[in-house]
Design a protein around this ligand. Structure first.
Ligand SMILES: Nc1ncnc2c1ncn2[C@@H]1O[C@H](COP(=O)(O)OP(=O)(O)OP(=O)(O)O)[C@@H](O)[C@H]1O
Ligand SMILES: [Mg+2]
Length: 253
């Protein structure tokens, strides 16, 4: 199995004049090609801190991270910007679509930035738009879309350049349950087609779409569970760990 991401003893210390806060204690994590991994844990546990380090948005205080065999912790800002653009895909809670552009232009952006040939871009936009069920929205602008539609457009943009790794922080956070299910089913399909996905969520239903969940507590990896049996059974298992974690997990009936 090919390793897509490897983090070795990474830490994050936030240092202000007043205080020193160790948001992430030495943590190691490996994600293989075509895995769908979720990061869970109580609020303030360090999930976003961990994802920001793994996604090269932030630098670890110590430790090493490699993605697709490349050491991203030793790259210059310029090299990193290029690496992110070419190798990574991002989905955020607040969509981050550009309102001045059409859906089509938004989705095409990573390829346009990489100066891919126009005909190729048109072809790829058609492909991913169909994959995410937004092919009828291409001429619209983001303001004309619902939250769920926007998030599927954001997902299409995140995968158009076939990134080595797709990163998502609370991708369903702003969606109603129907839209969330649509997005998660799309992510599941992408994963079945070989995409490697790393997703932070506090929602057990969202997490149950992953095949492995890493729980973070007080800046440390607390537990790791693998999917077995049905999604419902996995959900029950997640709830059990949540109860153990003592977080403010809501009960689902
Ligand atoms: N820029 C920063 N400066 C100082 N402390 C920070 C900074 N960012 C995060 N922290 C602290 O680090 C800890 C972990 O924060 P983080 O955002 O990773 O939590 P989280 O697990 O994503 O929580 P949530 O579920 O609420 O999003 C928290 O105690 C937070 O206050
Ligand atoms: Mg967070």
């Amino acid at each position: 199995m090919k390793t897509i991401l490897h983090a070795e003893n990474i830490t994050k210390v936030y240092q202000t004049k007043m205080a020193r806060h160790e948001a992430l204690k030495p943590t190691s994590l490996t994600v293989h090609e075509a895995e769908f991994v979720s990061i869970m844990g109580p609020s303030g546990a360090g999930k976003s801190t961990l994802l920001n380090l793994l996604s090269t948005i932030d630098q670890p205080s110590e430790g090493m991270i490699s993605i697709n065999g490349e050491d991203v912790t030793s790259m210059t800002e310029k090299q990193l910007a290029r690496f992110r653009r070419e190798r990574l895909g991002f989905i955020f809670q607040d969509f981050n679509l550009l309102d001045t552009m059409t859906v089509e232009e938004n989705i095409a952006l990573p390829l346009a930035l990489a100066r891919v040939e126009k005909a190729m871009i048109v072809l790829r936009v058609e492909q991913v738009a169909r994959q995410l069920g937004v092919e009828d929205l291409l001429k619209k602008r983001p303001v004309e879309l619902s939250g769920g539609q926007k998030q599927r457009v954001a997902a299409a943009r995140a995968i158009i350049h076939q990134p080595s790794l797709l990163l998502a922080d609370e991708p369903t956070g702003a969606l109603d349950s129907k839209s969330a299910t649509g997005l998660l089913e799309a992510l599941e399909t992408l994963n079945e087609q070989g995409a490697t996905i790393l997703m932070v969520t506090h929602d057990p239903v969202t997490a149950s779409y992953a095949e492995r969940i890493v729980f973070v507590k007080d800046g440390e990896l607390f537990r790791e569970i693998h999917r077995f049996g049905t999604q419902k059974e996995f959900f029950e298992q997640i709830m059990e760990v949540q109860r153990e974690l003592g977080g403010a997990a809501r009960e689902f009936v």
